[in-house]
Write a protein that binds this ligand. Structure first.
Ligand code: SF4
Length: 351
């Protein structure tokens, strides 16, 4: 291992904090021994906090209609694709099935569907209440940017998490990614949700034209706003969208970011998303220090992922059954529902 990288990793392990330039040095690692040392430090940090327990999130992308035109997104308004909007009965049924399969949280994700905005999200509020009643599981919502009054309502019915990804904290790049959307409004919504007692998830995309400095800046910003779940995903180019993959899109970069986030924020929930490379990409992300698996999707329900719309989602799904043996091979195991509830309590106490 090179001395410079060894010194930075030691500092991160001791202080759980790094300067921007130090983060950039870790992101730039290209030596195999350095990379393995980074991942080993991240795994040790994770295992120290969560033992060998891994949390599992069920993903329900219940409407793919969207009023926006994000340049990286298959479901952007201008893309002429088949879309769906699941009924409240279908949503509840899918959530019950996910709960039975052993997930610890239901992640309710949607495009910015005008029909939900028109009825002021009343059907989603009803769904959340029904799902909580029937499954007893906590809920994460990803409704896009919504007003303070709606956030008040989500918080008042006990919605635990608000996920709202900036994708980058470089406002110039943001404008290129999230066309015609307001950077500050998006930041405001998640910070307001946190003030109202909700836990928040922040996220970044790699391979979208960002620099290492942009990524390092985002990693520090995620801590500043008090996000407790920190997501990174690699941009996956898809049919019909204007954006092509940037130079830096690769699995190593995503895994490096997971590992550095783990060193900076030992208690954070950091997902291994199945949405980038499916089940195949799980072990690399867990080996980099992730403590959570997201985008578990039940099969044959006609559901999509956000970054992947492939046959694995439609036909085989991505199930707890499929991920469990992979975790076992790595000496890891699914947590219990009680473990997850206790973990959320601990995260809330940190707010
Ligand atoms: S990323 Fe979200 S807001 Fe943007 S186009 Fe896709 S679904 Fe809509």
């Amino acid at each position: 291992m090179t001395i410079k990288i060894e010194t930075i990793i030691k500092k991160a392990l001791k202080e759980n904090s790094l300067a921007l330039e130090e983060i950039i040095s870790l992101l730039a690692i290209d030596d195999t021994a350095d990379l393995e040392a980074l991942y080993a430090a991240a795994r040790d940090t994770r295992n120290h906090v969560t033992g060998h327990k891994v949390f599992l999130y069920g993903f329900v992308y219940f409407t793919t209609w969207c009023r926006n035109n994000c340049n990286f997104c298959y479901f952007r308004k201008s893309n002429d694709i088949d879309r769906y909007r699941k009924s409240p009965e279908d949503i509840l049924g899918i959530c019950e099935e996910l709960a039975e399969s052993g997930v610890h949280l239901i992640d309710l994700t949607m495009g910015e569907d005008e029909s939900y905005h028109k009825d002021q999200f009343s059907s989603l509020f009803d769904s959340i209440k029904d799902i909580k009643l029937k499954t007893g599981l906590p809920i994460m919502i990803s409704p896009g940017v919504v007003g303070d009054d709606l956030i008040d309502h989500f918080a008042s019915i006990g919605t635990e998490w608000y996920a709202l990804y900036q994708e980058t904290h470089n406002p110039v790049l943001f404008k290129k990614l999230r066309t015609l959307q307001d950077y500050d409004l998006r930041m405001h919504a998640k910070i307001y949700a946190k003030e109202k007692g909700m836990l928040i998830e922040e996220g970044i995309l790699t391979g979208v034209g960002e620099t290492l400095e942009d990524i390092a800046h985002s990693m520090l910003e995620m801590g500043t706003i008090g996000a407790k779940q920190l997501r990174v995903m690699t941009f996956v180019p898809q049919e019909g969208i204007p954006m092509k993959a940037g130079k830096m899109a690769n699995e190593n970069l995503e895994c490096k970011i997971i590992a550095i986030l783990r060193l900076l924020y030992p208690h954070a929930l950091i997902p291994a998303s199945l949405d980038v490379e499916g089940i195949e990409g799980l072990s690399a992300r867990m080996a980099a220090g992730a403590n959570l698996i997201t985008s578990i999707i039940p099969p044959k329900k006609g559901l999509s992922g956000v970054a992947q719309n492939g046959p694995e989602v439609a036909e085989e799904g991505r199930s707890v059954e499929q991920v469990s043996p992979i975790l076992a091979e790595m000496g890891l195991e699914p947590a219990t529902a009680e473990d997850y509830q206790n973990y959320m309590t601990m995260l809330r106490a940190e707010i």
